[in-house]
Ligand binder design. Structure first.
Ligand code: HEC
Ligand code: HEC
Length: 484
């Protein structure tokens, strides 16, 4: 009996939120000016792409949304690609969703998703707010305190569609104090979860409705908090710097990447190679090179719409499948720095400099030996699995520039080292002594290429399990980005 009552009280099982986003603390101040040019915005990851839940026809114009926070505010930005921008509503709390409009609906208490607040803003900067909570007794609309926001066309009397329309931006700062009745903590604490949805709607030509968190049919309403996505506040500040053009995205989800791999291998290998390798008619998608397209949004665009003027065709696959393929391509490209190994990196550094003997052969940040490659940016160049393999398995082919030799000159000198350069007549050998020797083949008595690399491949045996893990944690954090 008790069990039955309990079940009834819980109600029907709810599906887990379809999408999740981690909100980082802004690493630098944000000015609300509808520009999004601050390092903090540039370094922030976009949410996953908006979905068109009720699509019938027309252009699916993308929205790039981002969230950040600090002690005072939740920051939200929308960058809306839009070739037909119009807005006319000027009255506070007027029906702005007729116009080109963006919205955020948020539930600060995940246990009470139906207590939610809305911020709806049209392209000329008219806002409508509602507080839909079990404690609110005022009018249907609501006056939040201290909200700051700007839109690209802020304050215009009207915005008519025009030939030059391309995109518009909304930048919004909401003080956390507005949510103190519902949120567990204001400001939030590390790991606090809220639920929210971000949406876009309205306008005259092509008024598509799209949302970050999908709203499954038959519902046609944004006001369905059960469908809100999950956000988690992270206390850790963003990486500093946010180098220009560098977008940090969440690590690719392995299951989605596996599904994407199958789709890729079934649809793309007539030009690209199997498993993202180079193909007969198209470049490798996961090779180590400087990619033209780096962000999920750019990859999605290339696959969905093709690349004009090249062989790369538009794909007829549904958007959900294209997303999976994009995740797969990102997983091919992910390096150790994208998802650093767990472990005590400080202890790893001690091992690197001491017991591991790594500095004898490797440079890091300008100090160390020359016999092995410089490891200053290794986490951005290699995958975690490559780093692990480098420490535990000899490479089947010793990379150029690191082939070990020993030789004896006609006058009897013995030299051991690695060959940096060679041709039919001469060699440059970097000796174990750290000196560069320039030698003519004609002055050698004997020359032997050693079969094994100087790189020891038994660190999993030389080090304890924890030490090995700590060393990996340290190596997988070695990037130049970090130093900026
Ligand atoms: C008919 C041949 C062909 C097919 C089929 C094809 N591609 Fe391509 N793809 C190309 C060519 C050629 C390029 C290089 C275009 C350029 O020069 O920018 C390219 C470029 C790309 C790029 C951009 C790479 C970068 O770093 O900028 C991506 C991503 C891509 N293809 C993904 C796919 C996916 C995924 C599929 C399958 C759904 C696919 N392609 C099917 C020929 C093809
Ligand atoms: C006696 C010299 C020597 C020592 C000691 C040494 N290495 Fe190496 N290491 C090399 C050489 C030479 C190479 C390049 C040839 C190869 O990969 O086999 C290399 C390659 C590597 C690579 C692969 C780099 C790449 O570009 O893929 C990593 C990672 C690495 N070493 C890490 C370490 C770490 C960490 C330590 C200490 C625990 C260490 N090495 C100790 C000589 C050394």
């Amino acid at each position: 009996m008790t069990a039955l009552v309990l079940l009834l009280a819980i109600g029907p099982m709810r599906a887990a939120p379809a999408v999740e986003y981690h909100i980082q603390r802004a690493a630098s101040p944000i000015t609300i000016d509808a520009k999004l040019d601050e390092p903090a915005w540039r370094a922030a990851a976009p949410t996953s792409d908006f979905v068109f839940n009720w699509y019938a026809s027309g252009d699916k114009e993308p929205t790039e949304a981002k969230l950040l926070w600090d002690d005072d505010n939740l920051y939200v930005s929308w960058r809306c690609s839009d070739r037909h921008i119009s807005a006319f509503e000027r009255k506070r709390h007027g029906p702005v969703s007729k116009d080109d409009c963006v919205e955020i609906f948020l539930s600060p208490n995940p246990a009470k998703v139906r207590n939610y607040y809305t911020f709806e803003i049209n392209a000329i900067g008219t806002m409508l707010n509602r507080c839909r909570t079990d404690w609110w007794t005022g009018p249907p609309t609501w006056e939040p305190e201290g909200v700051e926001y700007r839109t690209t066309f802020h304050g215009l009397a009207r915005k008519d569609e025009s030939a030059g329309d391309k995109e518009w931006i909304v930048e919004l700062a909401i003080p956390f104090s507005n949510f103190s009745r519902d949120a567990a903590h204001t400001p939030p604490r590390d790991g606090d979860e809220w639920r929210l949805n971000l949406t876009r709607i309205g306008g005259q030509t092509n008024p598509q409705a799209s949302t970050w968190s999908p709203i499954p049919p038959p519902s046609r309403s944004f006001h369905t908090p059960e469908n809100f996505g999950k956000v988690v506040f992270l206390a850790q500040a963003q990486r500093r710097g946010g180098a220009r053009g560098f977008v940090r995205e969440p690590a690719p989800n392995p299951e989605e990447a596996a599904a994407g791999k199958a789709l890729y291998n079934a649809n793309c290998t007539m030009c690209h190679g199997l498993n993202g390798e180079q193909g007969d008619r198209a470049p490798a998608l996961g090779a180590r090179r400087n990619y033209l397209r780096r962000t999920s949004a750019d990859l999605f665009d290339a696959v969905k719409n093709g690349i004009k003027g090249t062989l790369m065709p538009a794909s007829p696959l549904p958007d959900a499948d294209v997303h999976k393929i994009v995740t797969y391509i990102r997983s091919l490209r992910a390096t150790a720095a994208d998802a650093p190994a767990e472990g005590n990196a400080a202890n790893g550094e001690t091992i690197f400099n001491g017991k591991g003997g790594c500095t004898q052969c490797h440079m890091l940040g300008g100090r160390g030996g020359l016999l092995g490659p410089d490891l200053t940016d290794i986490a951005a160049e290699r995958k975690l699995a490559d780093l692990q393999a480098a420490l535990t398995h000899p490479k089947s082919i010793i990379p150029r520039g690191f082939r070990p030799v020993h030789l004896t000159t006609l006058d009897g000198r013995q030299i051991r080292g690695v060959v940096k350069n060679e041709n039919n007549f001469s060699l440059q050998v970097l000796g174990m002594d750290g000196k560069l020797h320039l030698l003519l083949r004609s002055e050698l008595q004997q020359l032997t290429y050693e079969p094994e690399s100087l790189m020891p491949s038994d660190f999993d045996k030389k080090l304890s399990k924890d030490e090995f893990q700590d060393l990996l944690a340290f190596l997988s954090r070695q990037t130049r980005r970090r130093a900026q």
